[in-house]
Design a protein around this ligand. Structure first.
Ligand code: UDP
Length: 334
């Protein structure tokens, strides 16, 4: 018996694989390595480099490993490219999930933990954001994630598939062991960009807009440690196994930090010079996104272990210093 983790070679996926292993669970990874890295997954985990659309390969994996549940990360996740290429996003994210669900049903697997996003809310009406806030995505990425959640909802009604959808706020940090971390190409997320600047790999950090209605004019986000996200997946699966009750949860720390505050924290942790440049707003960025995770705490017993921004940045920095080229080339080259 094993748990299938799609997208298990990606940033959040690989940390979840590691966490499940640490909890003594048997896991199998299925990832087409579009964004993920095979080296992010321990060699003792069965690994299949496959696409969700390849149902023959999915069937062979379900058959070979007696899969009992699925943790589903595999998806495209860049807002900008979703705006310019919505067809690709619907094809991979929504159609891919449909293919996966079909194979799950063939093998009578009826539990799935799904990687969703705060992007389903769009521009929030109230802060902190609760799960019953209106969903109004402002880009195809958020729209496909919401469509996937709705597909799961209707699949529960029709086929008895139970799901937990986890809406992440800003995933950040790295495994405290320093073995795995964040490595996107291209990188678009604030903390890795600031740390790459600290390493001298970029000339400066562009601050996207300083005229937002926030205390220092820059956008405020809720940064959550990737290992805390990983643990939430474990708790969600346990809850599904014991209650067979579907649910949606926000995952964040409930505290917001502005772009400038994040850069200041990175300066403090790295003790390096970080040049910044003020630039125009990035399209589609809400001013403030802060989660209420009260429901996850109450129902899953989820309490973040690394809630403070300094720890999150320290763990990310440790990864970047020891893996300045990510998974690409040799380790410990700095
Ligand atoms: N941001 C920025 N410069 C960058 C990257 C990001 O000012 O080079 C800002 C971005 O506008 C947002 C925040 O940092 O307000 C977090 O962005 P990120 O892409 O990390 O996550 P998002 O909130 O978009 O999911």
């Amino acid at each position: 018996m094993a748990i299938l983790i799609t997208g298990g070679a990606g940033y959040i996926g690989s940390h979840t694989v590691r966490h499940f292993q640490q909890q003594g669970e048997s896991v199998v990874v299925y990832d087409h390595l579009g964004q993920g890295h095979k080296d992010a997954v321990s060699t003792d985990v069965p690994f299949y480099a496959g696409d969700l659309h390849d149902q023959a390969m999915l069937r062979s994996v379900f058959g070979a490993h007696d899969i009992t549940a699925v943790i589903h990360f595999a998806a495209h996740s860049l807002v900008g490219e979703s705006v310019t290429g919505p067809l690709r996003y619907y094809e991979n994210n929504l159609a891919g999930t449909m293919k996966l669900l079909e194979v799950m049903l063939e093998f009578d697997v009826k539990q799935i933990v799904f990687s969703s996003t705060a992007a389903v809310y769009g521009e929030p009406q109230r802060i902190p954001i609760k799960e019953d806030s209106p969903t109004n995505p402002t880009n195809p990425y958020g729209e496909t994630k919401l469509a996937m959640e709705r597909l799961l909802h209707w699949s529960e009604q029709a086929y008895g598939i139970h799901y937990v959808a986890l809406r992440y706020f800003n995933a950040a940090g790295a495994d405290p062991d320093g073995e795995i971390g964040e490595d996107h190409t291209p990188e678009s997320h604030l903390i890795p960009i600031v740390l790459q600047t600290a390493l001298g790999q970029r000339s400066h950090v562009a601050i996207f807009g300083d005229d937002y209605d926030t205390q220092d004019g820059t956008c405020v986000r809720d940064y959550i440690h990737v290992m805390d996200l990983a643990h939430a997946h474990y708790l969600a699966l346990k809850k599904l196994e014991t209650t067979a009750k579907s649910a949606v949860y926000n995952l964040g720390n409930g505290t917001g930090f502005s772009v400038k505050e994040v850069i200041d924290m990175c300066k403090q942790v790295t003790e390096r010079t970080i040049q910044v440049e003020q630039t125009a707003r990035r399209a589609g960025d809400p001013a403030v996104l802060i989660a209420s995770s009260a429901k996850a705490t109450e129902e899953l017993g989820w309490i973040p272990q690394y809630p403070d921004l300094k720890t999150i940045v320290q763990h990310a920095w440790q990864w970047h210093v020891h893996h300045p080229t990510g998974y690409q080339k040799g380790k410990d080259t700095l």
